[in-house]
Design a protein around this ligand. Sequence first.
Ligand SMILES: Cc1cc2nc3c(=O)[nH]c(=O)nc-3n(C[C@H](O)[C@H](O)[C@H](O)COP(=O)(O)O)c2cc1C
Length: 350
Amino acid sequence: MIDAFDKSGRFLTACLRLLPAELAHDVALLAMEHGALRCFPKQQQPTLEVPLQVHVPGIGRLRHPIGLAAGFDKNIRCPTAFEHMGLSFLEMGTVTPRPQPGNPKPRIFRQPETLSIINRMGFNSHGAALVLHRLRELNWKPTSVPLGVNLGKNKTTLQEDAVNDFAAGIIAFESHAQWLTVNISSPNTSGLRDLATPEFLRSLEQAIGSLRSKCWIKLDPDMDRGSFQKMISAIKTEGFQGAVLSNTHRVESPQAGGQSGHPLLSPSNSCLEWAWDVTKGTLPVIASGGVLSGVDAYHKLARGACAIQIYTALVYRGPGATARICEELSSELKLRGFASAEEAIGSWYL
Ligand SMILES: Cc1cc2nc3c(=O)[nH]c(=O)nc-3n(C[C@H](O)[C@H](O)[C@H](O)COP(=O)(O)O)c2cc1C
C-alpha cells in the first residue's frame, strides 16, 4: 500500500517539478483541496521495529514525530490531505491579520543540486478573517492530528504596532487551534527579525497574558549565539510553551530569500545545541530545517527536539516522504540501540 502511494506520489512530484516552483505548488494544493489524494489509499504507518510515538507538551501524544512545517498550506485549504499523507501534526500559516499579496513573483526557486529551496514569499495571506472562517467550517478534530496556526504581521504594520498584530492573531485563533506559533523569523518581511528580542516577548506576554502558554516562538538560524541564547531564556522565563528551531537561513545568491532543505540542516542543528546549552531540555523544542531523511530526523531528536517539521522533503521526496522518513528513523534508532524515539531525545548530550 505504501509502495503504491509512494511510487505514484513520486511520479506526480516529478511531473510537478517540470513546472515553475510556485505554479507546481498551486497545482498541488488545488488538487489536494479537491481530494486528489483520496484516489490513493490513506498512508498507513508500517509496523516499525522501534516505536516512534512522542509526547509534545501542549500538543499531545503523536504517533510519530514528523509533522508539517508552516508555509505549505498558508491559508488552511487542505489539512485533510496532509493527514492523508501520514503527517502526525500540522502547522498552517503564516496568517497575517489583513489579507496581503506577498512579494512579486517569481519568489520560489528550487535548487535540486543541493536539495534546497529559496523562497521570498513575503507572507502572501488571505488574512485572519477568511482563514479563521475556513478553520471554523472545517471543525477540525485535534484528537487525531493536532493543528496549529502560525501567525505573522502585515508588511504595512509599523514596527511599534507589531505586537498588536500578533496579539490579535493569537486571540482570534486560540480557541480553534491547538497551538499558535509566533513567527518573528521569516527573512522576507522587512524588520520582522528585529522583533526577536526579550523586550518584544515581554510586551507580547503583557498583551496576551495566560494565552502565552499556548504559543511557540519560531526563531531564525542567523542570529549570533549570544542573542539567540538570550531569546531562548526569555521564551522560558516569559512562560511561552516552547521554541520552533528554526526558520530558513537568509541568503542573497543565487536568489535573495530564505533557504530551506539540506544546507539548513547544520545551522538549525546548531540552534538546537545552543538551546540545550541554556535550558538542558527543560524548554520544549520542535525542530524544523533540513530534514530529508530518517538519519536527519534522528539528529534532531538526539539534539533535544521532541518533534520535527518538514517542508522541503515533501517537494523532493513527494507525498510518501513522511512514511519513508519514519521507516528510516526507526532503522537508525535500532542501529544505535534505542528502544524508542523518546529514548533518543537529548541523547547527544549524554
Ligand atoms: C516556500 C516556503 C514558504 C515558507 N513559508 C513559511 C511561512 O509562511 N511561515 C513560516 O514560519 N515558515 C515558512 N517556511 C519555512 C518552513 O516552515 C521551514 O521552517 C523551513 O522550510 C525549514 O524546513 P525544511 O528544511 O524542512 O523545508 C517556508 C518555507 C518554504 C520553502
